[in-house]
Design a protein around this ligand. Structure first.
Ligand SMILES: Nc1ncnc2c1ncn2[C@@H]1O[C@H](COP(=O)(O)OP(=O)(O)O)[C@@H](O)[C@H]1O
Ligand SMILES: Cc1cn([C@H]2C[C@H](O)[C@@H](COP(=O)(O)O)O2)c(=O)[nH]c1=O
Length: 254
C-alpha cells in the first residue's frame, strides 16, 4: 500500500496538492488522480524487539485481544520450512555455510510483513527488517561466522531496500531481559533447532540490542524506543503492559 502511495505522490505531484497529515495513529494521505481525491490511511507500526525467548510472542498474544490492532508474529514457521528445507536449522548447524541463506530469506519475509496490507489502523510486529540486519546479520559477521562477501551482499540488499522502499516504524517496544532469563525460557520452550544455543550467543545478541536501542551507538534507530523490563513473571509483565498500554498504543511520544 505504501509503495502505491509513493507512486501516487510522484505521479501526481505536478498536478495537484498532495498532503500528509498525522492524527494520533493514522497518517492520512490525499492524492488527486483521474479527477478525484483518493484517501489512503497508513497503519501505524509498532515493533516488539528483544532477545530470543525474551517474551515477544507472549506480548503480541496479549495485545492481539485489543481491538484495532493487527498482530504479526515472526514467520518462524517459514524459516523452518521453505519448500521442505529448514534454513533456521541449517544456520544453527553450520552458520558459515547457511547464515546468508537464512538471513536472505528472513529479510524477504520481514519486508513482506512490513508491506502487507492490513485492515486495522495499527500493526504490531515481532521484530523488524532492521533488527534482522542490525542484530542477527551483524552478530554472524562480527563473530567471524559470516564470510565478508556474504555480509557485503546482504548489506547491499538491505541498503537498496531501505533507500528505495518506505518502511515506516512508529514505535519500538524493547523487551529488555537478561541473557540468563532468555536462556532459561529458551530451554523451557524447547524449539528443536535452538537446543544448541549457548548462553554466550544470547549475551552477544543482548549486547547488540543494548548498543542499538539503549546506547544508540551502533545503527540508526528508526523510531522512538519504549523500554520494558522483561525479566518479570507473566503476571507482572501483564501489569507492565497495562501501565504502558497508552504509550504503546499511541505509537509515539515515549
Ligand atoms: N514473563 C515470562 N515469565 C516466564 N516465562 C515466560 C514469560 N514470557 C514468556 N515466557 C515463556 O518463555 C518462552 C519464550 O517466550 P516467547 O514469548 O516465545 O519469546 P520470544 O517470542 O521473545 O522468543 C515461552 O515458553 C513462554 O511461554
Ligand atoms: C530475526 C532473526 C531471527 N533469527 C532466529 C533467532 C531465533 O532462533 C528465531 C526467532 O525466534 P524468537 O524466539 O522470535 O527470537 O530465529 C535469526 O537467526 N536471524 C534473524 O534475523
Amino acid at each position: 500500500m505504501y509503495m502505491y502511495i509513493l507512486c501516487s505522490i510522484s505521479s501526481t505531484a505536478s498536478l495537484c496538492n498532495t498532503c500528509i497529515t498525522s492524527h494520533f495513529n493514522y497518517a492520512t494521505l490525499f492524492t488527486y488522480s483521474s479527477h478525484m481525491y483518493i484517501l489512503h490511511t497508513i497503519p501505524s507500526t509498532i515493533c516488539i524487539e528483544g532477545n530470543i525467548a525474551s517474551g515477544k510472542t507472549t506480548c503480541l498474544e496479549y495485545f492481539s485481544k485489543t481491538s484495532n490492532i493487527e498482530v504479526l508474529t515472526e514467520p518462524v514457521s517459514k524459516w523452518r520450512n521453505v519448500r521442505g528445507h529448514n534454513p533456521l536449522g541449517l544456520m544453527y548447524q553450520d552458520p558459515t555455510r547457511w547464515g546468508i541463506t537464512l538471513q536472505t530469506y528472513i529479510q524477504l519475509t520481514m519486508l513482506d510483513q512490513h508491506l502487507s496490507t492490513i485492515s486495522a489502523p495499527m500493526r504490531m510486529m515481532e521484530r523488524s527488517i532492521y533488527s534482522a540486519k542490525y542484530i542477527f546479520v551483524e552478530n554472524l559477521y562480527r563473530s567471524g561466522k559470516m564470510p565478508e562477501v556474504d555480509f557485503a551482499v546482504l548489506s547491499e540488499w538491505f541498503e537498496w531496500i531501505t533507500q528505495n522502499i518506505a518502511i515506516p516504524v512508529d514505535l519500538i517496544v524493547y523487551l529488555q531481559s537478561s541473557p540468563q532469563t532468555c536462556h532459561e525460557r529458551l530451554k523451557e520452550r524447547c524449539r528443536e533447532e535452538e537446543k544448541i544455543i549457548p548462553l554466550e550467543y544470547l549475551e552477544a545478541i543482548h549486547q547488540l540490542y543494548e548498543d542499538w536501542l539503549i546506547k544508540k551507538t551502533s545503527f540508526n534507530v528508526p523510531a522512538p524506543v519504549l523500554v520494558i523490563s522483561a525479566d518479570d513473571d507473566l503476571q507482572k509483565m501483564i501489569l507492565q503492559y497495562e501501565e504502558n498500554r497508552e504509550k504503546i498504543l499511541s505509537g509515539s511520544n515515549v
